[in-house]
Design a protein around this ligand. Sequence first.
Ligand code: SF4
Length: 369
Amino acid sequence: MAGIYIHVPFCRHKCTYCDFVSFPNRMDVAEAYMACVIKELEMRGKELEGRSFDTVYFGGGTPSVVDPKYIYAVMRKIKESFTLSARPEVTIEINPGTVSEQKIATYKRAGINRFSIGLQTAIDAQLEDLGRIHNVRDYLYCTSLLKGENFSADIMLGIKGQTREDVRKTVEIAAGSGAKHISMYALTPEDGTPIYTDYLNGELPGGDEVAALYDYGRALLAQKGYARYEVSNFCKKGFESRHNLNYWRRGEYVGVGVSASSFMSGRRLLNTSDLDEYMKCILSGFFPVIDCEEVSERDAKFETVMLGLRTVYGFSPAAYRQTFGSDWKEDFAAAYKKTKEFLLEEGDCVRIRDEYLYVQNTILAEYAD
Ligand code: SF4
């Protein structure tokens, strides 16, 4: 089954580390943009008739910054134009500085049943330094509105001045708030973002320090009953993100909105990242696609191995043989020879050994050659 991704590119304020496609000063076009998303859904729905979709994901930007009536209207259009599974997983990303009781009630009425909340850190001074609009009290208020719901908390490693004690406090707050799922990401300083200057000045923790914070955070999460299922993702039993698992299993998805990408019928499509161009295309009845690429067999093989190895579930050599009619070890003979000591091969499953999952990028780089 496939997934649907909706990109909501608005934010109150640009965070210092952000290089996502988000427009802090364009809230004035939010209504027109969401109307275009609805139109694009209608266009895609016709094209994808007959397919079944199991997940919907509102990402951004900050989907929770727009009036919830737009999210409701988008969900209504999805139900009208697409075939959803019996119990779809429907997630919305939430910035804790933007929620209210009324918004959460509207989301639930719209059919949203999973909430992904950007906590990042439980240290207010660090949140301010990152340019986040929320503080820890906002996070706690937000989670109090979601008591008993399926929600995830994002936490970030590699923040300027971050200590083990800060990570401990952050994990305690995230776990104590009732999150069923926790994503623990390392901050990547991207060229062109304000934080990149801190990086160049050597003010951010180095790779070894971040790795040590990750090991520490991972141990704390394990103690609290969160099992790692992907390098950055941990959850209580049965609360994996189905939407992300679909990506890692190389499942199909349709992306709607500015900068959204899709993978359908062996082709990858990319929508324009220019907000005005996106709306112009949709209003003229065209798909806003700027890139369309047929995935070659070599790339499909690489993606199968690479995406599978990112998770603790690995990939199945038998399924690989069935799909491609060849043996993965022969297809990637040189890479396999160099990396086999890091792999665990059990029955019909190949995965990266637990202790090496954090350095997966170095291992996977061998397969990209
Ligand atoms: S809230 Fe997210 S998308 Fe918006 S500016 Fe901050 S990091 Fe970027």
